[in-house]
Design a protein around this ligand. Structure first.
Ligand SMILES: O=C(O)c1ccccc1N[C@@H]1O[C@H](COP(=O)(O)O)[C@@H](O)[C@H]1O
Length: 221
């Protein structure tokens, strides 16, 4: 039985984009705290945006190899519900942060390239709630706009929910859902006018497309 594909829209930098994403029907919005990102947003700005949002929306902070004490402070300050660890944080880092950050939940990103094929996911199973699979591109931390070969995911034998990221857009999200059947899709540069500014029409189209694929899969015998 197919269940609804959750949608996370990442790289939100304005209250207008956050409200529009929620109006369109996304489940989660992501804020990027990696300073090198063109989508970087300060904790102060996130707090200001979050104060203006309705309830029942997941709020995800994206970090790349940040000091765990700083991550904890930002979780508390902004009221984040989830943290996406998008660097090379090891299982020990995740275990310690998971204990300190509860009830905020952790998602561990893996950038799929030749190394990920051999990655051992097992040590993360107790401390994170899902694996976000993104595309590995040398020299870039994330937000590459490039998809990877989804057919290799099955061979990883993952035991936690999969959040599929990496170049997801209106062009490929239907195929992505049908191929991978992920718990969630993560869209970022695929619905942008420019880095950090969402295209509202594309965002709406993206959400409608995901819902229509969900209906199709739910009605299939
Ligand atoms: O988007 C960024 O600039 C970024 C920077 C540092 C870490 C993560 C970042 N984004 C994450 O990348 C994936 C995929 O993005 P895209 O769809 O390929 O543009 C997404 O999970 C973002 O959270």
């Amino acid at each position: 039985m197919h269940s609804r594909t959750r949608i996370k829209v990442c790289g939100i930098t304005t209250v207008e984009d956050a409200k529009e994403a929620i109006r369109a029907g996304v489940d989660a919005i992501g804020f990027i705290f990696a300073e090198k990102s063109p989508r970087y947003i300060s904790p102060e700005k996130v707090k200001e945006i979050v104060a203006q949002l309705p309830p029942f929306v997941h709020l995800v902070g994206v970090f790349v190899d940040s000091d765990p004490v700083e991550v904890q402070e930002i979780i508390d300050y902004c009221g984040l519900t989830h943290v996406q660890l998008h660097g090379s944080e090891d299982a020990e880092y995740c275990q310690k942060l998971a204990q300190a950050a509860t009830p905020c939940r952790l998602l561990k990103a893996f950038r799929v390239g030749s190394q990920t094929m051999a990655a051992d996911f097992t040590p993360y199973e107790d401390s994170v709630k899902g694996y976000l699979l993104d595309t590995f591109v040398q020299g870039q931390e994330g937000g590459t706009g490039k998809a990877f070969d989804w057919s290799m995911i099955e061979s990883l034998g993952l035991k936690l929910p999969i959040l599929l990221a990496g170049g997801i857009s209106v062009e490929n999200v239907a195929a992505a859902i049908k191929t991978v059947r992920p718990f969630a899709v993560d869209v970022n540069s695929g619905v942008e006018e420019e880095p950090g500014k969402k295209d509202h029409a594309k965002l709406q189209q993206f959400v409608e497309l995901v819902r229509s694929v969900d209906r199709e899969l739910a009605s299939a015998v």
